[in-house]
Design a protein around this ligand. Structure first.
Ligand SMILES: *[C@@H]1O[C@H](CO)[C@@H](O)[C@H](O)[C@H]1NC(C)=O
Ligand SMILES: *[C@@H]1O[C@H](CO)[C@@H](O)[C@H](O)[C@H]1NC(C)=O
Ligand SMILES: *[C@@H]1O[C@H](CO)[C@@H](O)[C@H](O)[C@H]1NC(C)=O
Ligand SMILES: *[C@@H]1O[C@H](CO)[C@@H](O)[C@H](O)[C@H]1NC(C)=O
Ligand SMILES: *[C@@H]1O[C@H](CO)[C@@H](O)[C@H](O)[C@H]1NC(C)=O
Ligand SMILES: *[C@@H]1O[C@H](CO)[C@@H](O)[C@H](O)[C@H]1NC(C)=O
Length: 620
C-alpha cells in the first residue's frame, strides 16, 4: 500500500476525529481530590466548570500488535459434527482482509491528536471521504450509512483499541446485513410490524401465515453485566431463527447504548401489549404438551420463556431440536434471561451449520456480537473518552483490576488486597515494591496505570498509597485510578448503570485484566476487550499456598447454568462439556464456556502443561 496515501488518509481520519474528541475533552471538569486517590467525578456534575480545567494530552495508544490469523482450518479439523464441505467453506470463507497484517500503527499518537488544530471548522459531516474505512466499520462488522453525530462511539471506538486480531467471518457479516434488512422490514413503525402484531394479538393460536414477521422480545433481568451478556446471546438466537429482536428496556436502561440497527429501533413500542406477559402462555405449557406427546396441536401466537436459571433448575430442553421445532411456530417469544446461553445454541443440531460458519473461531462470539450491538451512547462515550484521555492515555500499559466481593460478610479488605497483590506480583503483571532490604536504583521510564473498578473505594486507595509511597523494584512508574465507588450494587438505577457501563468499557481497554470469579461485569470487560483475564479465586475459598489467580483460556463469558439433560431426558451432570468447543469454566465448575480449540486439543495441552489446567473430573 502506498505509504503516503495511507498516512494522508489517516491524517484526515484523525483530523475529523480530533474535532469531535477535543471539545469533549476540553469541557470536562475534573476535580482532583487531595485525598489519596483520584476519583472521576463524572459528568453529572460538569455544570460546575472548575477554575482549573485540566487539559492533558489527548492521545490514544496505538501500539502495534501482530495480527494472528484465525486458523479455522486447524480448529475444525476433528469436528465430526461439521461436514467436510462446510469445513472447506469455512476455510474459504476467510476474508481477504484477514490477511492484512498492517497493524494500526501508532496512528493517533504519531500524527497527534495532541497537535491537532483546535480552531478547525471541520465537523463530522465532512467525513464522507473516509466513509468506507474498514477500520471504522470494524472490518465490515458494522453497516455504513449511520448518522455519525448521533452515535460518535460507533466510528471512533477503533481508535481506542489495538488492531483486532479477530476478524469477523464473511458469513457473519452477510448474516448481519440480512438481519438488518429483516429488522428494517419488520421492525417498529412498519406496515409489516403493524400487520404481524395485529395478527399475533388477535389470534390465540397461530395457524401459520408464512409471510408474517416473527419477533423475539428480550426482557432484561439482574445487573447490567448479566443483561449485556444475555442480550448478546438473545440477539444471536434471533439471527438464527429469523426473528426481529426487540428490547423491553426500563428507565434504568435508557441512554446507555445507541440504536444498533440502521433506520430502525430495537425498542418494543410503548403501545405494545407485550410489555408484560400476564396473558401469555409459558414455556412450561410447551414442555407439558411435548411430554404428553401432544405437540402437533396448535402452537400459541406468543410465548413467555423464563430463562433466568437457578441452580437446581437449569435450562430445560431449550438446547433440543424437538423443542426448537415447536418454538419455531410461535411468532412472538418473550425471553427473560440473565445468562449467556450461547453454548446451548451450539448444541442445537439445526443451528450447527450456520453457527459454525458464522464463527469459525469459537471464542470470539461475544467479541463480535458485542462490538456489533453495543455502542456507548454519546453521553456514555463522553465519560469513557474523557476519563481515558485524562488519566490513561499517557501510559504504556493499563492493568485493569475488577474487584467484586460477593461475600463481604466473611471477606476482609486486607484479604482482597493480599489476593490482588499476590496475583499481580506472582504473575509479573505488576512489579514488586522496594523494601528496606531491596533498594533499587534502576531507572525505567515504562509507565503503567492500574485501573481499579470496585463498589468500594478501599482497594484503589490502598493500592495507590502503596505505589505512591514506595518505589517499584523495576523502577517503573505505577499510578492507580478508580473511576467510581458506588458502595453497593443498585438495581433499577440509571446513573448506576451508566457508571457500570463506562467502567466495563474502560476495563476492556486494558492490556492486562484481572477479574473476580463469577462476575458478569468482568465477563463484559474481557469479552469486549478480547482479553483472557486472570481470575482471582474467591477470597474465602483460598487455601494457603494455592494460587491467588489463574489465567482464563478464553475471553468468552461463562454460561453458569448449562443444560444437565440430554434431549431424551437422561440426566447427566456435565453433559454440555461433551460438546466440541465447550469447556468447564475456570471460575464455575458447573458452568461452561466456548473455547477456540476443540476439547481434545486443549486436553493435550493440559497434559503438556500440568500446572496450567486442572482436568475436570467430569470429563468423559
Ligand atoms: C458542519 O459544518 C458546516 C459548515 O462548515 C455546518 O453548516 C454544519 O451545520 C455543521 N454540522 C454539524 C453537525 O456541526
Ligand atoms: C402502525 O400502527 C400505528 C397505530 O397502532 C400507526 O400510528 C402507524 O402509523 C402505523 N404504521 C404504519 C407504517 O402503518
Ligand atoms: C436510511 O434512511 C436514510 C434517510 O431516510 C436513507 O437515505 C437511507 O437510504 C436509509 N438506508 C437504508 C439502508 O434504508
Ligand atoms: C408419540 O406419538 C408418535 C406419533 O405421533 C409415536 O410414534 C410415539 O411413539 C409417541 N410417543 C409416546 C411416548 O407416546
Ligand atoms: C522497564 O521494565 C519493563 C518491564 O515492565 C521492561 O520490559 C523494560 O525492558 C524495562 N526498560 C528498561 C529501560 O529497563
Ligand atoms: C503468593 O502466595 C503464595 C502462596 O501463599 C506464596 O508462596 C507466594 O510467595 C506469594 N507471592 C507473593 C509475591 O506474595
Amino acid at each position: 500500500m502506498d505509504k503516503m496515501g495511507l498516512s494522508s488518509n489517516k491524517l484526515k481520519t484523525l483530523f475529523v476525529v480530533c474535532c469531535i474528541v477535543f471539545p469533549f475533552a476540553l469541557t470536562a471538569t475534573l476535580k482532583f481530590k487531595n485525598s489519596s486517590i483520584t476519583f472521576f467525578e463524572g459528568f453529572s456534575q460538569n455544570k460546575v466548570l472548575g477554575s482549573e480545567t485540566t487539559q492533558k494530552n489527548v492521545t490514544t495508544r496505538g501500539s502495534v500488535q501482530n495480527t494472528t490469523h484465525e486458523n479455522s482450518a486447524g480448529t475444525t479439523k476433528n469436528n465430526n459434527t461439521v461436514s467436510e464441505v462446510l469445513q472447506r467453506e469455512i476455510q474459504n470463507d476467510r476474508d481477504p482482509i484477514e490477511e492484512r497484517t498492517t497493524a494500526r500503527d501508532n496512528t493517533a499518537s504519531e500524527i497527534g491528536l495532541i497537535n491537532a488544530p483546535l480552531t478547525s471548522s471541520s465537523n463530522s459531516s465532512s467525513s464522507d471521504s473516509i466513509h468506507d474505512d474498514q477500520e471504522k466499520l470494524l472490518d465490515g462488522l458494522l453497516a455504513s450509512g449511520f448518522d455519525e453525530a448521533s452515535c460518535i462511539s460507533r466510528l471512533q471506538s477503533h481508535l481506542y483499541r489495538k488492531v483486532s486480531p479477530h476478524k469477523p467471518s464473511r458469513y457473519l457479516i452477510s448474516k448481519l446485513r440480512n438481519y438488518e434488512e429483516l429488522h428494517r422490514r419488520c421492525g417498529p413503525n412498519t406496515i409489516a410490524y403493524n400487520k404481524s402484531m395485529a395478527y399475533i394479538e388477535n389470534s390465540k393460536n397461530n395457524n401459520g401465515d408464512g409471510t408474517m414477521c416473527k419477533y423475539l422480545v428480550f426482557s432484561p433481568a439482574n445487573g447490567l453485566g448479566n443483561r449485556i451478556i444475555s442480550m448478546a446471546a438473545t440477539f444471536l438466537y434471533a439471527i438464527l431463527t429469523n426473528r426481529v429482536l426487540l428490547v423491553r428496556f426500563g428507565e434504568d436502561m435508557h441512554g446507555l447504548f445507541c440504536e444498533p440497527f440502521l433506520n430502525s429501533t430495537w425498542t418494543l413500542p410503548n403501545n405494545s401489549p407485550f410489555w408484560n406477559q400476564e396473558h401469555v402462555e409459558t414455556y412450561d405449557t410447551i414442555l407439558d404438551k411435548d411430554k404428553a406427546n401432544n405437540s402437533k396441536h396448535d402452537s400459541p401466537s406468543a410465548l413467555f420463556l423464563n430463562h433466568q436459571f437457578t441452580k437446581g433448575n437449569p435450562e430445560k430442553f431449550f438446547h433440543c431440536d424437538h423443542i426448537q421445532d415447536l418454538l419455531r411456530n410461535v411468532p412472538l417469544l418473550i425471553l427473560q434471561t440473565d445468562q449467556y446461553f450461547v453454548p446451548s445454541l451450539f448444541m442445537i443440531q439445526s443451528f450447527n451449520l450456520e453457527i459454525n460458519k458464522m464463527f469459525p473461531q469459537k471464542d470470539t462470539v461475544f467479541y463480535h456480537l458485542a462490538h456489533y450491538l453495543y455502542h456507548p451512547s454519546n453521553e456514555a462515550w463522553r465519560q469513557i473518552t474523557t476519563f481515558y484521555q485524562t488519566y490513561l492515555a499517557k501510559f504504556d500499559e493499563i492493568i485493569g483490576i475488577q474487584i467484586r466481593v460477593f461475600r463481604p460478610d466473611i471477606t476482609s479488605n486486607q484479604a482482597i488486597i493480599d489476593l490482588v497483590l499476590n496475583c499481580t506480583i506472582e504473575n509479573k503483571l505488576l512489579p514488586k515494591l522496594v523494601t528496606q532490604n531491596s533498594v533499587s536504583y534502576i531507572q525505567n521510564h515504562t509507565r503503567k496505570a492500574i485501573l481499579v473498578t470496585s463498589l468500594s473505594p478501599n482497594y484503589g486507595e490502598n493500592l495507590r498509597a502503596m505505589y505512591q509511597n514506595k518505589q517499584s523494584i523495576s523502577g517503573e512508574v505505577i499510578e492507580v485510578y478508580q473511576p467510581s465507588h458506588e458502595e453497593k450494587q443498585k438495581f433499577g438505577d440509571n446513573m448506576h448503570n451508566m457508571k457500570a457501563w463506562t467502567e466495563m468499557y474502560l476495563l476492556s481497554l486494558s492490556d492486562i485484566l484481572v477479574t473476580s470469579s463469577l462476575s458478569t461485569f468482568g465477563y463484559v470487560a474481557q469479552g469486549f476487550g478480547g482479553l483472557k483475564p486472570w481470575i482471582l479465586v474467591k477470597p474465602h475459598k483460598k487455601k494457603p499456598n494455592s494460587a491467588a489467580c489463574k489465567q482464563d483460556f478464553s475471553s468468552e463469558p461463562c454460561f453458569h447454568y448449562p443444560p444437565m439433560h440430554e434431549c431424551n431426558g437422561k440426566f447427566q451432570k456435565h453433559f454440555s462439556s461433551s460438546f466440541p468447543y465447550l469447556w468447564e469454566c475456570k471460575d464455575s465448575h458447573s458452568g461452561v464456556k466456548l473455547i477456540s480449540r476443540q476439547r481434545s486439543v486443549v486436553r493435550n495441552s493440559i497434559f503438556a502443561n500440568k500446572n496450567m489446567y486442572k482436568i475436570s473430573k467430569h470429563m468423559k
